[in-house]
Structures are given as structure tokens and as C-alpha cells.
Design a protein around this ligand. Structure first.
Ligand SMILES: CC(C)(COP(=O)(O)OP(=O)(O)OC[C@H]1O[C@@H](n2cnc3c(N)ncnc32)[C@H](O)[C@@H]1OP(=O)(O)O)[C@@H](O)C(=O)NCCC(=O)NCCS
Length: 173
């Protein structure tokens, strides 16, 4: 089957998830486990990536993740994700996490993250994805910044590979 590489608008990939922090999601202080929030971030971002690529995607990486404010038990967590830029077989998804006070509706920005997903075909082989069309001013800014972050990721990857290569040389002589 030939992939449809017709460019797609950024907003077509938008995904949003809403959860409530239950006791099973909290630590002894009554605030949410970071790992639970990370899992929800990964799932919501993966849905955005699949909406863009319309095929199976796998998480290649998640950039630095900082929790800016704790999320308390009983609060509502809103996770918003959208593809920032599509490259060849990979794409960057930006995610914003907000906590909502269920009684007042007040929103707090708790975390932001950038994830890279790679598109795969039925055989598990990497497959080209459609280009992304940024439309709004924000989408255009995210699109430009995504290219800079990709450069940094590729450099980091090269450095990690060099370190592994040198370690092997030292072990094997
Ligand atoms: C992600 C994966 C498919 C990349 O495979 P690979 O053989 O390293 O592929 P390549 O080096 O050719 O890279 C393919 C694309 O992924 C991107 N990529 C690879 N590793 C990356 C990383 N760590 N961060 C960001 N992008 C990455 C490359 O830039 C390239 O993008 P492009 O095609 O848009 O130019 C492979 O490493 C994999 O299967 N990893 C496990 C994924 C998984 O199971 N995730 C769930 C968590 S357990």
C-alpha cells in the first residue's frame, strides 16, 4: 500500500485527554506520581502522532520533562498534544499539562514536554509521513523551534553513539 503523503494541517493532529487524580495515582503526600503523568503524556502525544501519520507510531524519545507544580488528589488533569513538525519518518509532538481545580475551574500550568515519534508500517519498517502545515502564528513558531530542537537531538544522539563506540574499543582493546 502506498502512503498518502498529502500535507496535513497541524490542527488535524490535536489530541486532548482529561483525567481525575484518584488515590491510586498519588504518593503519600496526596500528590500525583510523576510516572503516571508521564504515561498519560506519552499516550496523548502518541494519539496526536497517529492522527497525523495514520499508521502505527513508536516513541523514540521524550526531551527533558520538568514538573513545575504538584497536582493534588481530586484535581483534574488536562493534557493537550499536537504535532509541531513532521520530518521524514519522525515527528515532534508538543504537550502541555494543566491541572484544573474542579470547584473553581482555575487552571495551573504543570508541565510541558516534547516527544519524538517514528512511523512504522505493518512490517515494523520506518515509513515516510506527510509534511505538516502550520497555520497560526503559534503553530509557525513551534514549527521553527522544532527544527532547532531536532538538530540538538541528533547531535546528542551522535555523542551517545561515540561514547558507546569508545567504551567498546576500550573493553575489546
Ligand atoms: C525509534 C526507532 C524506530 C528508530 O530507529 P533507528 O533505526 O534508530 O532509525 P533511524 O536512525 O533511521 O532514525 C529514524 C528517524 O527517527 C529519528 N530518531 C531516531 N532516534 C531518535 C531519538 N532518540 N530522538 C529523536 N529522534 C530520533 C531520526 O532522526 C529519524 O528521523 P527522520 O526519518 O524523520 O529523519 C528505534 O530506535 C526503535 O524501534 N526504538 C524503540 C521504540 C519503542 O519501542 N518505543 C516505546 C518505548 S519502550
Amino acid at each position: 500500500m502506498t502512503a498518502d503523503l498529502t500535507p496535513k494541517r497541524a490542527c488535524e493532529s490535536y489530541a486532548e485527554a482529561t483525567h481525575i487524580i484518584l488515590p491510586s495515582h498519588t504518593n503519600p503526600l496526596g500528590t500525583a506520581f510523576g510516572g503516571q503523568i508521564m504515561a498519560w503524556i506519552d499516550i496523548t502525544a502518541g494519539i496526536a502522532a497517529q492522527r497525523h501519520a495514520r499508521c502505527v507510531v513508536v516513541t523514540a524519545s521524550m526531551d527533558d520533562l520538568h514538573f513545575l507544580a504538584p497536582i493534588r488528589g481530586g484535581e483534574v488533569v488536562v493534557i493537550k498534544a499536537q504535532v509541531n513538525r513532521a520530518f521524514h519518518t519522525s515527528m515532534e509532538v508538543g504537550v502541555r499539562v494543566e491541572a484544573e481545580n474542579p470547584l473553581t475551574g482555575e487552571l495551573r500550568h504543570c508541565s510541558s514536554a516534547y516527544l519524538t515519534f517514528v512511523a512504522l508500517d505493518e512490517q515494523g519498517q520506518r515509513v515516510a509521513i506527510p509534511p505538516l502545515i502550520p497555520e497560526t502564528e503559534n503553530e509557525q513558531r513551534r514549527y521553527e523551534e522544532a527544527a532547532e530542537r531536532r538538530q540538538q537531538r541528533l547531535q546528542n544522539r551522535m555523542q551517545r553513539r561515540n561514547v558507546v563506540h569508545h567504551r567498546r574499543l576500550m573493553v575489546n582493546g
